[in-house]
Design a protein around this ligand. Structure first.
Ligand code: CP
Length: 307
């Protein structure tokens, strides 16, 4: 049974095909409006979410299917001690596909090993967020038309930002990519991502604390929120949370065709005045997330023989 736990579960060809399906859904929504008629998506969210959960639910509804689920662990039997493995077995009796978010790294993988239906990782701890990566890739494809040869800056919390880790994994399989890693020392990209992903693929990268210094060379600027919920010390979080605030002044030295991205939610990292800049693409990412999740649900249900 095929599930999506890590973005590397998908080959480059499979990602290209998913993005093409998403583009076809955007162009021909009626063609897809009943393809999941009678099928059920279960959204099992053990951690808060606005975009991921609701875009999955909107995606299934726009495919003609139905949705069941819960949005917090406290309203599920996890609060009574039920394991992720048992939860996955139970939900397999009710639904055709699962989207799961969990604060513990690896929980969706455990679910996929125990479910008899496909499981989609909707974010596990500071580990992975593959469907955000698909939304990010669709956004880059629609804005730039290609992935090869881009200089991509990641700014903010590169240590705990699971969307950063997943997107670096995905982009490392394209050619001519250069990564610019902008963060305070305390929130640098983990060494294992640099070693096992960037260096292993022979890609150039630069680590810096200064966003201003590197701004002129960026094709993509991926801002991130400092993930307060993953800090052990409140004091440390408060000290680091406003390390970078993108505003119109800082963008003066940026390329005219820069693509500004952010997985959202935003706290202070991007001034609201930037929202009016035509280079701001973070709300386009939100919409692209729904279309690419529609494409993913279709792919997994088709492969499972459910539709
Ligand atoms: N980007 C993202 O995962 O947002 P939510 O936490 O609101 O789902």
């Amino acid at each position: 049974m095929k599930s999506l736990i890590d973005i590397l579960d998908l080959s480059v060809e499979e990602i290209d095909s998913l993005l093409d399906t998403a583009l076809d859904i955007i162009a021909n929504p009626k063609k897809y409006s009943e393809v999941c008629h009678g099928k059920k998506l279960a959204t099992l969210f053990f951690e808060p979410s606005t975009r991921t959960r609701l875009s999955f639910e909107a995606a299934m509804m726009e495919l003609g299917g139905n949705v069941i689920g819960f949005s917090e662990a406290s309203s599920s039997s996890a609060s009574k001690g039920e394991s992720v493995a048992d939860t996955a077995k139970v939900i397999s009796c009710y639904a055709d596909i699962i989207a799961m978010r969990h604060p513990k790294e690896g929980a969706p993988l455990v679910a996929s090993m125990n479910a008899s239906i496909p499981v989609i990782n909707a974010g596990d701890g500071g580990h992975n967020h593959p469907t955000q990566t698909l939304a990010d890739l669709l956004t880059i494809k629609r804005e730039k038309g290609h992935f090869d040869g881009l200089t991509v800056g990641f700014c903010g919390d590169l240590k705990f930002g699971r969307t950063v880790h997943s997107l670096i994994n995905a982009l490392s399989r394209y050619t001519g990519i250069k990564f610019v890693l902008i963060s305070p020392d305390e929130l640098k990209l983990p060494g294992y991502v640099i070693r096992d992903v960037i260096e292993k693929n022979g890609l150039p990268y630069l680590e810096t604390r200064s966003l201003e210094e590197v701004m002129p060379e960026l094709d993509i600027l991926y801002m991130t929120r400092v993930q307060g919920e993953r800090f052990f010390s409140e004091e440390e979080y408060l000290r680091l949370r406003d390390s970078y605030i993108l505003d119109t002044e800082k963008l003066k030295s940026a390329k005219e065709d820069l693509v500004i991205m952010h997985p959202l939610p935003r706290v202070n990292e991007i001034s609201v005045s930037v929202d009016r800049d035509p280079r701001a693409c973070y709300f386009k990412q939100v919409l692209n997330g729904k279309f690419v999740r529609m494409a993913l649900i279709l792919k997994l249900l088709t492969e499972a023989g459910t539709i």
